[in-house]
Design a binder for this molecule. Structure first.
Ligand SMILES: Nc1nc2c(c(=O)[nH]1)N[C@H]1C(S)=C(S)[C@@H](COP(=O)(O)O)O[C@H]1N2
Ligand SMILES: [Mo]
Length: 198
């Protein structure tokens, strides 16, 4: 599979590849509000609901048959580390949105993880090819600690905007706040402006 390199997206934000206040690391630390939840490929389902034409539900097999691609991306954690050149394979957000038929009154999105996590973004910030529902990291199945079977990655935002263990996307008609956004993390989360806290 060919790789789309999106590591130059920082140019859109007018900054350096390494955002201010970040340190590059080769490790990939694990950060979760609680432990790593368990799941099984037979019972895992992915739901799309809210301001859409049709609610949708996918099995893991169905989900992986959606249009997907491999991308090389950077990953910026709000706690101060960045990991460059991660290769994630998954469904770009706009492809999933097209399947669901997003209604005109949808303005925001809530991503839900099956550990009880949630994180929100404006719809316009999700309708980008590099927002992926990813199930592979560097050619291997996404490790459970990093959100397997499927997680969201948001290379244009701090990584708390990328829900691990994602099993639901809710289209909203007004802004709501996710888990960390309710607890004082920035809702906009632009790493090049150091939008860490609200
Ligand atoms: N479902 C879920 N997603 C989550 C979290 C979480 O606790 N639960 N933590 C977030 C935070 S704060 C960060 S920094 C990244 C960490 O991803 P990593 O563990 O793969 O490094 O996942 C984000 N997504
Ligand atoms: Mo984080």
């Amino acid at each position: 599979m060919s790789v789309r390199d999106v590591t130059d997206l920082y140019e859109e934000f007018g900054g350096e590849r390494l955002p201010p206040g970040q340190r590059e690391t080769a490790r990939f630390p694990v950060l979760s509000k609680s432990g790593t939840p368990s799941w099984s490929p037979e019972t895992w389902t992915f739901e799309v609901w809210g301001a859409v034409e049709d609610d949708r539900s996918f099995s893991l097999e169905e989900f992986k048959r959606l249009p997907h691609e491999r991308q090389r991306q950077d990953f910026h954690c709000v706690t101060g580390w960045s990991r460059f050149d991660n290769e994630f394979t998954g469904v770009p957000f706009p492809a999933l949105a097209e399947r669901a038929g997003v209604r005109d009154d949808a303005t925001h999105v809530m991503f839900h993880g099956f550990d009880g996590y949630a994180t929100d973004l404006p719809l316009s910030e999700c309708m980008r090819e590099e927002v992926l529902f990813a199930w592979e990291l560097d050619g291997e199945p996404l490790p459970d600690d990093h959100g397997g079977p499927v997680r969201v990655v948001t290379p244009h935002k701090y990584a708390y905007k990328g829900a691990k263990w994602v099993d639901g996307v809710e289209f909203l008609t007004e802004r709501e706040l996710g888990y960390w956004e309710k607890r004082g993390y920035s809702d906009t989360a632009n790493p090049w402006n150091e939008e860490r806290y609200s």
